[in-house]
Design a protein around this ligand. Structure first.
Ligand SMILES: NC(=O)c1ccc[n+]([C@@H]2O[C@H](COP(=O)([O-])OP(=O)(O)OC[C@H]3O[C@@H](n4cnc5c(N)ncnc54)[C@H](O)[C@@H]3O)[C@@H](O)[C@H]2O)c1
Ligand SMILES: [Zn+2]
Ligand SMILES: [Zn+2]
Length: 382
């Protein structure tokens, strides 16, 4: 089968790989129809995730058709159209029992903090991902869900991570009616976090980025006020000014480890790799939230320490909440919002790229060319 493979930083290509096979009675093999490239894949593509091995296939956002099931699989059969959450999880350990699917204790022998993620290096278990014609899905009775007939397949693939994560970011903010919410990052996750904030009762939603075309999307898709941080000497001062010098009630970091905006942090965080990424957006979040407010972090950071303004967070009495998204936990509510017309996830899709051209897709998305916001990968025509 054809699959995207990693050959080193900024080098990926499509190669012929052996078909994945059933390795455990509860595995399924999925024929991927549509996958997506995520901002998280860029951390791998840029060589920032430790233990990203040559030959690894990325892709944690995918949907497809069940090709084969192991002998103990009960909930799926060949031919079912399924959406697969990005988490690989057992469904029954201490953490899964408490809904912490992204912290499953049974799926990642390489780390105790994070659970399993498809196509996300050996630091999250080494599972090959879905930017391929076929993918092995462990615990097939746990994660995958049959795509409802009424659901658009592009919306389904966006539910496997980006939308669920944006919604989770807003949820972690504990927004109460009338709150002012600031979202750092106008990528797919930030756009969905901004849109979701309204659904949770926000009275004002502000999105910050430096890419004007993405801020335009934040205005039209998420009805947000926008600030381009490159246009101001100090974006924190602007945030203070616009909130009566109090700060926002809730701030969401939807940027993560590769944030722009501070040279020293970038050099130490992403070039020299002395920190687990550059926590510029996170520090801006801590600075721009009001005392007693909440900072929600869904932007991804690496495992080693980062120079985060922890003392300021303490002295301001902040609540800091964060995690990798437990995707399937978000689905029941998101299905309702989509069915009721409150959310149209695929409004942010800008590119639909055949698997054969995925290297071009990574380049366009990484370099933010051609007004790219969310690229989908067509693996097998459905
Ligand atoms: N927690 C999770 O489960 C989870 C899931 C998916 C993605 N993520 C993470 O969420 C982050 C966003 O993902 P995405 O797909 O939207 O990525 P993306 O790369 O498309 O978007 C990031 C945006 O942040 C902007 N940005 C850079 N520096 C900034 C700064 N200092 N202030 C404000 N904006 C800044 C960029 O211009 C870009 O538009 C990534 O770190 C990704 O790894 C986490
Ligand atoms: Zn993702
Ligand atoms: Zn588990």
């Amino acid at each position: 089968m054809k699959a995207m493979v990693y050959r080193g930083p900024y080098k990926i290509r499509v190669e012929e790989k052996p078909m994945p096979r059933i390795e455990h009675p509860n595995d399924a093999i999925i024929k991927v129809t549509t996958a997506a490239i995520c901002g998280s894949d860029l951390h791998l593509y840029h060589g920032l995730m430790p233990d990203t091995r040559i030959g690894h296939t990325f892709g944690h956002e995918f949907i497809g058709v069940v090709e084969e099931v192991g002998p103990s699989v009960q909930n799926l059969e060949r031919g079912d159209r399924v959406m697969v959450p990005f988490n690989v999880y057992c469904g029954s350990c201490y953490y899964c029992a408490r809904g912490l699917f992204s912290n499953c204790h049974n799926v990642n022998p390489n780390a105790t903090a994070v659970g399993g993620i498809y196509g996300y290096s050996h630091t999250t278990g080494g599972y090959d991902g879905g930017q391929a014609e076929f993918v092995r899905v462990p615990f097939a009775d746990v994660g995958p869900t049959i795509i409802p007939d009424w659901m658009d397949s592009e919306d389904a693939v966006l539910l496997t991570d980006a939308l669920a994560t944006g919604y989770f970011g807003a949820q972690l903010g504990d927004i109460v009616e009338g709150d002012t919410v600031v979202v750092f990052g106008a990528g797919p996750v930030g756009l969905y976090a901004a849109k979701s904030s309204w659904l949770m009762g926000a009275g004002r939603v502000i999105v910050i980025d430096h890419l004007e075309y993405r801020l335009e999307k934040a205005r039209t898709f998420a009805q947000a006020e926008t600030f381009n941080f490159a246009e101001y000497d100090d974006i924190i001062v602007e945030m203070k000014k616009t909130t009566d010098y109090l700060g926002a009630d809730v701030v969401i970091d939807a940027v993560g480890a590769e944030a722009d905006g501070n040279f020293i942090q970038q050099v130490t965080g992403t070039k020299l790799k002395l920190q687990g990424g550059s926590p510029i957006a996170l520090n801006w979040a801590i600075d721009s939230v009001r005392k007693g407010g909440t900072v929600s972090v869904v932007g991804a950071y690496g495992p080693i320490f980062s120079a985060v303004k922890f003392g300021d967070a303490l002295n301001k009495g902040l609540t800091l909440r964060m995690n990798q998204t437990p995707v399937k936990r978000q689905w029941p509510r998101l299905f309702e919002h989509i069915q009721n017309g409150y959310l149209k996830p695929n409004d942010i899709v800008t590119h639909r790229i055949p698997l054969a051209d995925i290297a071009e897709g990574y380049h366009i998305f990484s370099a933010k060319l051609d007004n790219c916001i969310k690229p989908l990968i067509i693996a097998n025509p459905s």
